[in-house]
Design a protein around this ligand. Structure first.
Ligand code: UDP
Length: 235
């Protein structure tokens, strides 16, 4: 295995499958199988889950809602997704713990870094819900923050495209994919990998990011073994 400890970022939208909203149980089961293939190889895996399939603070704010109120709703949405993912992982016989950045003790453990690391060492998958616990941030920032805190070797950003392209491949047929790219070049070329706060936090802490297609069976394991899948952003 190329990596011993991985932080996997899954967006809330990824959990929708082909639905317009909410959570698709089949998609969750597929992801659980992918995750199991990696955990069975002894890789320590933590997951940060988004909430965009349920609620986004900015979307609420654009309709006149107080932004902070909306962001609290978004953070709770990530806990809902975390619970759904936890349930799917348990169905696949994977030991898990859900830790939340906002205290919701009857539902999830509070985020405690040392405890999270201990769980990982014991082979449990740790799901981080609640984002960073602060409004005006995203779960991409939470992913980078948690990855640094738990000393993950890499962030894997599971998306529905298979890497970073010169332009949006869903709109531009001539777009070409990068196998590797530097943080600097991503910024220079104005490419979108994560929001700026998350991206620069990763750059400053020399934490590589791999963007890959999470919906292609076998891909997660390939990335974990160091096969060239997706795009790797490095120094
Ligand atoms: N959120 C927040 N602080 C955080 C992380 C998330 O306030 O640290 C809120 C924010 O409103 C965001 C929503 O939770 O829109 C869902 O997270 P995100 O949009 O990152 O989810 P994803 O796009 O990955 O599904």
């Amino acid at each position: 295995m190329q990596y011993e400890r991985i932080l996997l970022k899954l967006s809330g939208e990824a959990l929708m499958g082909n639905r317009q909203y909410g959570i698709d149980p089949e998609r969750l089961a597929e992801y659980a199988a992918e995750i199991k293939s990696v955990v069975d190889k002894g890789v320590e895996l933590a997951i940060v889950i988004g909430g965009g399939n349920i609620f986004r603070g900015v979307a609420g704010a654009s309709r006149g809602m107080d932004r902070v109120q909306g962001d609290h709703m978004g953070m709770l949405a990530t806990v809902i997704n975390g619970l759904a993912l936890q349930s799917a992982l348990e169905d696949a016989d994977i030991q898990t713990r859900l830790q939340s950045a906002i205290k919701i003790n009857e539902v999830a453990e509070p985020f405690i870094r040392r405890k999270a690391i201990r769980h990982l060492e014991k082979g449990r998958v740790v799901i981080f819900g609640g984002g960073t616990g602060n409004p005006y941030f995203t779960t991409d920032s939470a992913a980078v923050l948690r990855a640094i805190e738990i000393k993950a070797d890499v962030i894997l950003k599971g998306t529905r495209v298979d890497g970073i392209y010169t332009s949006d491949p869903e709109k531009d047929k001539g777009a070409t994919k990068f196998d590797f790219i530097t943080f600097e070049d991503v910024i220079k070329k104005g490419l979108k990998v994560m929001d700026t706060t998350a991206f620069t936090l990763s750059q400053e802490n020399e934490l590589p990011i791999i963007v890959f297609d999470m919906n292609k069976p076998g891909n997660l394991l390939k990335v974990a073994t160091g096969e060239r899948v997706g795009t790797k952003v490095n120094l």
